[in-house]
Design a protein around this ligand. Structure first.
Ligand SMILES: [Cu+2]
Length: 293
């Protein structure tokens, strides 16, 4: 939701060897997780709509309201500007061309006063009207660090897939029970999900369109964001940066599950990860100690 604080690069994350998504898919996909074939795109509204994708998050409506108000203001400005132009063309279309004389002192003061007044009213209203949203959404860098329910996920972007890491039952990253998935994010409904994000190769754009989440994945830098799923379902994880020739297929699935199913999935996945842990597989050891907020 909020554009991230940055911090020092994770050791090894940016420098770890690149494993192709396809290769790693078969090699590292843990547990009983079936490999997601492809994201299920939200096609319910068709491709030719200007409306936003369905909102599946607990806070997305704030972004939507802010957008709706921006659009109303823009529409108003268009009506005023175009109306003024049409009116002037119609009213003066037969007028003789007058040589500009620069106006009088008084007329210049009027024009300047009107312009400044319009600016103050329009921009002042926008600023005051959106203050609440700015505070709650755009300037809200506070991740829910103190909330005990918060789920933490480390995401590593690759050309062209999303690799995710969950701390296992020990709650620490970089240990043998870490659960690693490819293009398959799982989160419990009703709990904040705190994501820390890096990229292995180029800049990617981590996005959950149905959650109004968008964050740059930058090599050598940990960015973070958070969101919360409002209900169970399957949603798309997309890349919003043109990151190479196969950018179009850099998609994943985000499953919002009941807290019980999520917990049992994580427990089982952690157990299997521990069993198949391979300390020599350096490509798999890209996690970092969780960064302080
Ligand atoms: Cu990408």
């Amino acid at each position: 939701m909020s554009e991230a604080t940055g911090s020092a690069p994770p050791t090894g994350a940016a420098a770890s060897p690149v494993t192709s998504g396809r290769e790693a898919d078969s090699a590292l996909l843990p547990v009983d997780v079936e490999r997601p074939s492809a994201a299920t795109p939200d096609t319910s509204r068709g491709a030719w709509t200007l409306s936003l994708p369905e909102d599946a998050s607990a806070h997305g409506h704030r972004i939507d309201t802010l957008l709706a108000w921006s659009h109303r203001f823009e529409l108003m400005l268009v009506v005023v500007a175009l109306g003024w132009m049409v009116l002037a063309a119609w009213r003066f279309h037969q007028a003789k061309r007058a040589a500009p004389d620069g106006g009088t002192r008084r007329s210049r003061a009027w024009v300047l006063g009107l312009a400044l007044g319009a600016f103050a009213v329009v921009d002042g209203t926008l600023l005051l009207g959106s203050e609440g949203y700015l505070r709650d959404v755009l300037w809200n860098f506070h991740v829910p660090a103190a909330d005990a329910r918060t789920v933490r996920i480390e995401v590593n972007a690759h050309q062209w897939s999303w690799e995710a890491r969950y701390a296992g039952e020990d709650g620490r990253f970089g240990t043998p029970d870490d659960v690693v998935t490819w293009n398959d994010l799982r989160v419990p409904v009703g709990a904040p999900v705190w994501v820390q994000l890096v990229s292995t190769d180029v800049v990617h754009g981590f996005s959950l369109p149905h959650f109004r989440v968008k964050l740059d994945a930058i090599p050598g830098r940990v960015n973070q964001t958070w969101f919360q799923a409002a209900r169970e379902g399957t949603w798309e994880v997309a890349c919003y940066q043109h990151c190479g020739t196969s950018h179009y297929r850099m998609r994943g699935v985000l499953q919002a599950m009941s807290p019980e199913s999520y917990a049992s999935w994580l427990r089982e996945a952690g157990r299997q990860a521990e069993q198949s842990f391979d300390a020599d597989d350096s490509a798999a050891q890209w996690g970092w100690e969780w960064k302080a907020p």
